[in-house]
Each structure stands twice: as C-alpha cells, then as structure tokens.
Design a protein around this ligand. Sequence first.
Ligand code: FES
Length: 157
Amino acid sequence: MNYDDKNKVMIGDKGQHLLEALILAQHDSGDNSLSEGKLEDISGQLDIPLSRVLEVTTFYSLLSTTPRGHNIIQLCDSPICITSGKHNITELFEEALGIQVGETTPDGMFTLEQTSCIGACDVSPAALINGVAIGNLDKSKIDAILCKYREEAENDG
Ligand code: FES
C-alpha cells in the first residue's frame, strides 16, 4: 500500500493516523526525511493544522525534516547506555563510518544520530538501526552490522 492509498483509508480517522502518515511519507521520500511541502500536503489531506503536524514531526526522533542517509543509526544516549560504554560505541561507529554524530556518509548510505532510551536497557549499549533495536554492541557487532548493510546495498545494485 503506498502513501496515497493509505491516505484514502485514513480520511475517517485522521488524527489517529497522523504518525503513520508521516512515517509512510518519510519512507517513500527517498532521503529519509519530510520536506516542508510534504508536511503541508499531509496537513491538507488529513485536515490537521500544519503546526500540529510539525509538532508531531519534531517530537519523534524517528522523523526528520533534514535529508538523511538510506540507513539510520540512532545511538541511545540515556544513562544506562552511557554507563555501559555508549561513548566508546559512538567512537567505533564514527571511526568505521568516517563521520561524526549528526552527519551522513558521503555515499548517502548511513546517517549517525543519537536518541533517548529505546527500551533496550537490558542489552545496553544499544542502538536503533532503521528502527530495530540492537543491543550488546561491541566492535565486532558493529563491523558485522555495517558489513551487512554494505553488502545489501551492493546486491541491490
Ligand atoms: S538507556 Fe539505552 S536503551 Fe535504555
């Protein structure tokens, strides 16, 4: 189901489905972000004030108005992960990707971000990778994750 089809389904229950519409639009954007025009479009289609659409967009860390890479790595920056070695994990990702937190690799494959607790404290340090929580991060796991995504990109052509 594409974004436009989904919108037709949401007409009767617009407020409840705003977040879903934003996620779908971001997914279909091609740069993992929501442009001003797209937010205005959603606002109009769901008859929800643009200010409310912007409020929801900026509240959720999975949404962004800034163009991002194909894969989004969000490192948990909350206390339990920090005490479990999050800073070391950040350095390992930055070194492996050649970018700093908040940046996107030149090939557009990865964006590195921070987020608050993702509910995976029992396996800290943890991160969300494309929305999936991955814990017990260490150098070998990071290398394996990045290798997997690079191989997938190569196979996709
Ligand atoms: S503090 Fe990192 S997942 Fe909860």
